[in-house]
Design a protein around this ligand. Structure first.
Ligand code: ADP
Ligand code: MG
Length: 249
């Protein structure tokens, strides 16, 4: 295959190193994510999952290595961080909606104020998404009128309204009551059917098995093992992966 035929991954993390003081949190981490691929990050608490997602979204600066989006080095100081964040959506465990703003304003704030998009266009697109996820009637409501599951779905819509190339989801069901987890997982499954490229940190092994194309096990700031969910979760190669799974399943 010559160079021109090479498929460029949507996300390519190469030898990424991230330290906080003397602690090395990402220790030469390498991970590629292809177009339309869904990669589940699993690993013990403290293994670096959130830090990786934050580094990819440029909320934290890496010490060494490269992160490429569609082949472009986004950790280059000359990269436009606002543009990168428009292309990479990140949703956290706690939904972080602004309590004093309506659902619609929560969704359109960044597109209008940060990315300078026309208000009418941003609002129309927000309404389209809210309709798709069955929350159109909540557009004028304040977050405290919504269930946790609805709030988290709004937070995901907020990340989608910029039509990102890549969606990062960090334990998005961990703060929810068990009966509200399903509606959020269904939304993620629908996004996968739509072809959205996603990286999701999760403790929901059953969901990782169902929705992920690939599972990557993080250990001490590296990808220790990765592969199809059935293999990594069902028949892991590494002893540390087996120990982790034995503890949580
Ligand atoms: P995970 O999401 O896999 O639980 P994290 O990425 O949150 O792991 O954390 C990895 C390690 O980095 C932990 O030891 C954590 O204490 C440390 N860490 C994360 N953020 C910071 C920070 N802002 N300052 C110092 N240490 C941090
Ligand atoms: Mg985390």
């Amino acid at each position: 295959m010559d160079a021109a035929d090479e498929i460029v991954p949507v996300l390519a993390c190469q030898d990424v190193r991230k330290t906080f003081g003397s602690s090395v949190v990402l220790d030469g981490l390498t991970l590629d994510v292809g177009e339309h691929e869904v990669v589940a990050l699993i690993g013990a608490s403290g293994s670096g999952k959130s830090t990786l997602l934050r580094c990819v979204n440029l909320l934290a600066e890496i010490d060494d290595g490269t992160v490429r989006l569609d082949g472009e080095d986004i950790t280059d100081p000359k990269a436009d961080a606002d543009l990168v964040r428009r292309k990479i959506g990140l949703v956290f465990q706690s939904y972080n909606l602004f309590p004093h703003m309506t659902v619609l304003d929560n969704i359109t704030l960044a597109p209008i104020k940060v990315h300078g998009r026309p208000g009418a266009e941003a609002k129309a697109q927000a309404m389209e998404w809210l309709q798709r996820v069955g929350l159109a009637d909540k557009a004028g409501s304040y977050p405290d009128r919504l269930s946790g599951g609805q709030q988290q779905r709004v937070a995901i819509v907020r990340a989608l309204v910029n039509s990102p190339r890549l969606l990062l989801l960090d334990e998005v069901t961990s703060a929810l009551d068990p009966e509200l987890v399903g509606e959020v997982l269904t939304m993620i499954r629908d996004l996968k059917s739509d072809g959205m490229t996603m990286v999701l940190a999760t403790h929901e092994m059953g969901f990782a098995r169902q929705v992920a194309d690939r599972v990557a096990f993080l250990d001490a700031g590296r990808v220790l093992e990765q592969g199809p969910p059935a293999q990594v979760l069902g028949d892991p190669v590494e002893a540390r992966t087996r120990q982790f799974l034995a503890r949580i399943i």
